[in-house]
Design a protein around this ligand. Structure first.
Ligand SMILES: [Zn+2]
Length: 336
């Protein structure tokens, strides 16, 4: 690495034998005075690491609505793409109200990636107002992304089309979005086609290995119901043969009334639940109430709605946090 400080080496996945080693290079950038993180692959025939700060090398300006999408764009774009997140660090992404800086970033971007289906209505509104030369991509419409209906029981208002936006918690849907991002970036900057393709392939290999690891972790579980803080885990549950029993709705703001909380506790008890999961960035009192009601313990489960690097788990990324989720679920659900 030239001029870069190596801050993190992502643990190699057990099953991934052909994955190139991934390192992260931290470079202090001038844009917004923030620490820019450039993820890059090396170890392949062609290295995408050029060693310079990404702002010098970036040919494309991209906005991404929140962490999982930022992460995908960073992994695929590498130093050729400068990525701005629209959700400020530590802020709840559901129903985000865009600040002036994020609005400006969208206007200055060549490409804006976001999730539709009313996950962040303010972002969708701003997208509709952008100049015609900005490419805007609703990743929930990517080929291969299959949307599930939003759970209806707790939703305060019915979401547009009642679709659940939490696709990122299924690694196979992340692969579908990665393909779409690679295609869009390639169209926007054809000169980088080979770099984007190599980065996309390395990323898909990691996500495929993650999916296999989660499948192995979540096989033959004594308990198949996950009690979660908010209804974020339906895609994960569906992918790995589990069921979600959520305390809050699709948006964490959709809080249950006491009668609903009681019926969640009864449902959890009937399902033999011994661990109730909470999310690190949400109040854990409701999870603790349900847990104490049925004599269960509590444990963390990340919905990855926040950048772990910037908030709770420095040095971690989407894959490592999902691996950790898999281990916690395997323990909490007593999988073999
Ligand atoms: Zn959520």
């Amino acid at each position: 690495m030239i001029m870069g400080i190596i801050v993190n080496k992502v643990q190699p996945s057990i099953r991934s034998t052909r994955r190139p080693s991934i390192v992260k290079v931290a470079a202090v950038g001038l844009v917004s005075g923030t620490l820019l993180l450039a993820a890059c692959s090396s170890g392949d025939e062609e290295s995408t690491v050029q060693g310079s700060a990404r702002t010098d090398a970036a040919s494309l300006s991209v906005s991404a609505n929140f962490y999982p999408i930022q992460w995908l764009v960073r992994e695929i774009g590498g130093p050729a793409v400068s990525v701005t997140g629209l959700t400020p660090v530590g802020e709840e992404p559901h129903d985000l109200v865009l600040n002036a800086k994020s609005r400006q970033a969208m206007q200055d971007s060549d490409v804006v990636f976001y999730l539709g289906s009313d996950f962040q209505p303010d972002v969708e509104k701003a997208v509709a107002q952008l100049a015609a030369d900005t490419t805007t991509v609703d990743l929930l419409s990517s080929p291969g992304v299959t949307l599930l209906a939003a759970p209806a029981d707790l939703g305060k208002e019915s979401l547009k089309g009642n679709k659940d936006p939490h696709v990122w918690l299924d690694p196979t849907q992340m692969i579908a979005m990665a393909d779409q991002i690679a295609d869009v970036l390639t169209e926007a900057d054809p000169q980088q086609a080979e770099v984007f393709a190599a980065n996309r392939n390395a990323l898909v290999a990691r996500l495929t290995a993650l999916d296999e690891e989660l499948t192995a972790d979540l096989t033959d579980c004594r308990v198949t119901t996950i009690v979660t803080s908010h209804a974020a885990f339906n895609y994960l549950a569906q992918r790995y043969g589990l069921e979600q029993l959520a305390i809050a709705g699709v948006s964490p703001d959709d809080q249950p009334d006491p009668a609903t909380l009681q019926s969640i506790a009864e449902g959890a008890q009937a399902a033999g639940v011994t661990t109730v999961f909470f999310e690190e960035q949400l109040p854990r009192d409701l999870s603790e109430t349900v847990a104490s009601e049925i004599g269960a313990s509590v444990d963390l489960l990340s919905a990855l709605e926040f950048d772990p690097e910037e908030t709770t788990a420095p040095g971690e990324d989407y894959v490592s946090v999902m691996q950790d989720n898999g281990k916690r679920l395997a323990t909490g659900l007593q999988c073999q």
